[in-house]
Design a protein around this ligand. Structure first.
Ligand code: ADP
Length: 694
């Protein structure tokens, strides 16, 4: 099997490979669509400009043809009725706005009649034009179309001459056509927002342009290669090398130039690149943005995946650590889900329950699972404590959600303290249960051996101590002869010490029996009020000797009989009263109060003594506990009294607690049930003691 780090390295290099492939794919996909699209868009832009140029060309052609036709129509009429020449010419002028002047040439090439739209023509203005190409052209019967000339007021003018039938005595009708009327046409052509269409003559002079100042200012663009090309009869556009140029604002232009063969002119449609190829640059921007976004996406994906690998590494690491901890635990751990399927079992749990996880992992363990599989009896009893030979009540560990209980199983025979926790998933619902098994069979055995030992030792000691007691008593009573004062005093001290020894031995014996669960109780109904009063009376002598004010506050009204073992109860009560008197200095007060709280009698023993230091209070009911302040006082005591009291009260179904502040006295409060049902049926081995040890 590959280790996780090998796996993660393999995954990482795979990831980098995938990342590179993804980036390359994105780059090539973008290139694959971007460049053809851009080429196509630029092609479209040229096409559009060419279409506009063709349109302008057609309009220019229509413009010239129209006036040429008017002229020919005029000539046709003239051929028939030459006498009406003035009328014909003035009518032609009237009907054709662009006609600047109309002139008739005679058969020799002299101007014989001329009519000008604005000027008065006199005889002297008439010229001999026989030497001009114009005359020679019409003589050959062809229409003459002259170059562009500039009028007196800087307007572009062309001359067109149509031959006239020589029978009339005339040779040609010559018209000067003002091209400014073509300006409106180029003005109305729309070439995007910023583009223009214009016309140049064979020498490159602008003869029609939306910006008429270029026309009147005689702008010349022949140095633009594209124009030179078009006037020499060849279509051209700025895609060809060397044909590009910039406008007056320095912007690169996209232009198409068409030759206007009829006149040797050129039509140009131009637009700044930025406007003409706007769509293309927008596409480029979109491509760049989408490219960046795609790359970011790839990076994000890789980053996420890397995080995933990292999280997996962490998870593996934690799992290994958890496994190591679980494997080395000296307590058994078993986890099962809400369907009672075993999810986890550490080696110690396998050892304790004598099962193998691999055999039962994932199996749902039902209460009758052990019927056919007796080897799993203990496991079933552990999971269903009600089936176990013994299971204590569940006790919550204070301040946690952890619960503990004692379970004894049958096969294998085990005594365990089981700590139970619920496994909660991230939604807060219970996913399963975790049980920690602490085997106390051995501890129990040792405890029992220890108790038995103490019990036997105490028993053995009790007989000689009694013998000593009676011997000393005999001597003190003078049964063996009179004693002097000194002898009496010695014997009295010996007697007291012996009494302490007897108390210690008795306490030890009681503790041992309690721990073995055979303290031996004998329950009967007792009148608790009277019982208490009698017990307190016994202290009259002691308290008066110590000048302590001992008071008993009786209960108001009647109290039901209490079901109790009077001998054990007096042992408990005497211990509490002993302590109150013992730990209260002379002049102090002890108050015993009996009350009723629902189904319980409540006794409080309040004193004004030395109290118990705060930090030591949690250990007050443990065996051999003696607070530091009383050890200093050197009062006698075994530290076993309260342990015994606690157990006696618990056995009676009551409870005991106290409040105290050092140097401000202590109050011990215990309860006893007033109903038989509340008294436990049998004596149990004290779980608490074991829990403390766990
Ligand atoms: P001991 O034989 O020492 O009295 P106990 O088990 O009866 O043993 O009491 C344990 C310890 O609890 C005492 O040593 C003392 O420190 C403390 N204690 C018990 N009762 C009182 C009390 N009324 N006032 C002050 N301290 C007390």
């Amino acid at each position: 099997m590959r280790s996780f780090s090998e796996f993660s390295i393999a995954k990482r290099s795979q990831l980098w490979f995938l990342g590179v492939v993804a980036v390359l794919t994105i780059v090539s996909a973008n290139i694959a669509w971007l460049f053809p699209t851009r080429d196509e868009l630029s092609e479209q832009a040229y096409l559009l400009h060419r279409v506009i140029a063709i349109d302008v060309k057609n309009q220019l052609f229509a413009f010239l043809s129209r006036y040429e036709r008017s002229l020919s129509d005029g000539v046709d009429v003239l051929n028939q009725i030459k006498e009406r020449k003035e009328d014909i010419i003035s009518r032609l002028l009237k009907e054709n706005q662009p006609f600047e002047s109309l002139t008739l040439l005679d058969n020799k090439g002299n101007e014989v009649f001329k009519n000008h739209r604005f000027l008065l023509i006199s005889e002297s203005d008439l010229k001999d034009r026989s030497e001009e190409i114009l005359y020679k052209t019409v003589k050959e019967g062809r229409v003459y179309r002259g170059p562009v000339e500039i009028s007196g007021i800087s307007e572009p003018i062309i001359t067109i001459a149509v031959p006239v039938n020589t029978n009339t005595g005339f040779s040609a009708l010559v018209a000067e056509i003002n091209l400014k009327f073509f300006l409106d046409v180029v003005r109305n052509v729309s070439v995007g927002k910023e583009g223009v269409a214009y016309v140049v003559d064979e020498n490159g002079y602008v003869i029609a342009h939306p910006n008429s100042s270029l026309v009147f200012g005689r702008a010349n663009f022949i140095d633009r290669k594209i124009i030179a090309e078009a006037v020499s009869g060849r279509e051209a556009d700025t895609r060809a090398a060397g044909f590009n140029y910039t406008n007056e604002r320095g912007e690169n232009m996209l232009a198409v130039a068409l030759p206007f063969e009829l006149m040797g002119w050129a039509i140009v449609v131009e637009d700044p690149d930025s406007a003409a190829l706007g769509a293309s640059s927008r596409i480029l921007n979109v491509a760049i943005i989408s490219f960046i976004l795609e790359i970011l996406l790839v990076i994000l994906l890789i980053w996420n995946y890397l995080n995933l690998i990292r999280a997996a590494a962490l998870f593996y690491g934690e799992r290994n650590q958890r496994e190591a901890i679980l494997n080395s635990l000296s307590d058994g751990v078993i986890e099962y889900d809400s369907e009672f399927q075993i999810v986890l079992m550490n080696p110690r749990a396998e050892e304790l329950l004598a099962v193998h996880f691999k055999d039962i992992g994932g199996m749902a363990i039902t209460p009758d699972f052990a019927k056919n599989n007796p080897q799993y009896k203990s496991l079933v009893e552990l999971m269903y404590p009600a089936l176990a030979p013994y299971s204590s009540s569940i006790k919550e560990v204070p301040g946690t959600h952890v619960k503990t209980m004692e379970i004894h199983t049958s096969s294998p025979e085990l005594k365990m303290i089981v700590t139970l926790t619920q496994v909660i998933d991230q939604n807060g619902s219970v996913r399963g249960f975790l049980k920690i098994l602490h085997d106390i069979s051995r501890e129990r055995l040792l405890g029992r051996i220890k108790s038995e030992f103490v019990s036997i030792a105490a028993h053995q000691l009790r007989t000689p101590l009694s013998a000593i007691k009676w011997t000393l008593k005999l001597l003190l009573d003078g049964d063996a002869g009179a004693l002097n004062k000194e002898q009496t005093s010695f014997l009295e001290r010996g007697y007291d010490t012996n009494e302490k020894m007897i108390k210690l031995v008795n306490d030890l014996l009681s503790v041992a029996r309690i721990e073995e669960g055979r303290f031996g109780y004998d329950f009967q109904d007792i009148n608790f009020n009277e019982f208490l009063e009698a017990a307190i009376k016994n202290y009259a002598d002691i308290v008066s000797r110590k000048s302590i004010n001992l008071k008993f506050e009786k209960i108001d009204g009647e109290l039901p009989l209490v079901y109790a073992d009077s001998e054990k109860l007096s042992l408990a009560l005497n211990n509490l009263l002993d302590n109150a008197v013992k730990y209260t200095p002379a002049g102090g007060k002890v108050l015993v109060k009996l009350e009723r709280k629902g189904n319980y009698a409540l006794v409080s023993i309040m004193d004004t003594g030395v109290g118990i230091p705060d930090s030591e209070q949690p250990r007050v009911f443990s065996k051999f506990f003696r607070a530091s302040n009383v050890i200093k006082m050197e009062t006698e005591g075994t530290g076993l009294g309260l342990f015994i009291v606690h157990n006696i009260i618990k056995r009676h179904g009551g409870d005991i607690h106290f409040t105290s502040h050092e140097n401000h006295g202590a109050t011990f409060i215990f309860t006893l049930p007033l109903k038989k049902e509340l008294v436990p049926k049998e004596e149990a081995e004290p779980l608490e003691e074991f829990l403390e040890n766990v």
